[in-house]
Design a binder for this molecule. Structure first.
Ligand code: PAF
Length: 286
């Protein structure tokens, strides 16, 4: 695996792969890779001949009081995991390479409606930062396909929308969330949890499963289900951010007529914000 830091080197390496007739798959990341990222790269290697990954902790998507400075940077370990998963080219730009004219006057990509609510409400500007950096990375790499984790469910919906609306010829693939044995969704931010916080964290996914089971069994009083689940979260030491039932494609609030549903949760354990979701289909509307 080759590691390059400049857009010029990246473009040259991708151009060579293209000249050899290869299909290009792309996996953008912020590093501190875990088994969830490895699964994305492995899927990319199954789907294309040449796999490009990027590691860039994008300042534009962090709020002023968020964890940009403490976000874990683990390049050597990440490189080993990428090689093992089948990556051919790693792009690790620094902030000046990505934003050579500074971030203040940087053109922004905003994806209205789907970015609003949920994480968009809790993290103002976050999805604009994500959409901007992903658009830049797509223009730099020009992949045939790109792979993202379904754990960031709203992010994936935002990226699908931007690719559709800006006519980018890139196939977007969502990969299922990889979980620890106790159900906790793998996340770089899990490393911030104390042993005690980590032990109670699986309650989030457990409550999503319980809610989905109840909805499947015909309970459609979502507000009642949400307040029962949030009481469980609070008892486990979480401070709720949001817990919502949405239509899985549009992300608008679910109604009794919808069949494709997703329950999305965000909650704080101490200062660590965890998110998770569970998408499921009903045989018939509730
Ligand atoms: O999901 C992430 O790791 C980031 O939001 C992404 C897509 C790499 C953009 O910085």
């Amino acid at each position: 695996m080759n590691t390059v830091k400049s857009v010029r080197e990246l473009r040259a390496a991708v151009a060579q792969a293209r000249a050899e007739g290869k299909q290009i798959a792309f996996v953008p990341t912020m590093g501190n890779l875990h088994a969830g990222h490895a699964a994305l790269v492995e899927k990319a290697a199954q789907r294309a001949d040449f796999v490009v990954a990027s590691i860039f902790v994008n300042p534009l998507q962090f709020g002023p009081s968020e964890d940009l400075d403490k976000y874990p940077r683990t390049l050597i370990a990440d490189q080993e995991k990428l090689v093992e998963a089948g990556c051919h080219l790693l792009f690790t730009p620094d902030v000046d390479e990505m934003y050579p004219h500074g971030m203040h006057g940087q053109t922004r990509v905003s994806v209205p409606v789907i970015s609003e609510g949920l994480c968009g409400a809790s993290r103002p500007g976050h999805f604009e930062g994500v959409a901007t950096v992903v658009s830049k990375l797509f223009n730099m790499v020009q992949p045939d396909l790109a792979i993202f984790g379904q754990k960031d469910f709203q992010q994936l919906a935002v990226i699908r929308t931007l690719v559709r609306d800006l006519n980018m010829p890139i196939q977007i693939i969502g990969e299922p969330t990889v979980r620890a044995d106790d159900g906790l969704a793998l996340s770089s931010r899990n490393g911030y949890l104390s042993a005690e916080q980590r032990a109670s964290a699986p309650v989030l996914y457990q409550s999503l499963r319980d809610m989905a089971d109840a909805i499947r069994a015909g309970e459609y009083d979502f507000a009642k289900l949400i307040s029962a689940a949030q009481a469980q979260h609070s008892a486990a030491g979480f401070r709720p951010d949001y817990l919502e039932v949405r239509e899985a494609n549009s992300l608008r609030p679910a109604t009794g007529d919808d069949r494709q549903l997703v329950i999305l949760v965000a909650a704080f354990s101490g200062s660590t914000r965890l998110i998770d979701n569970l998408a499921f289909e009903l045989d018939k509307p509730v």
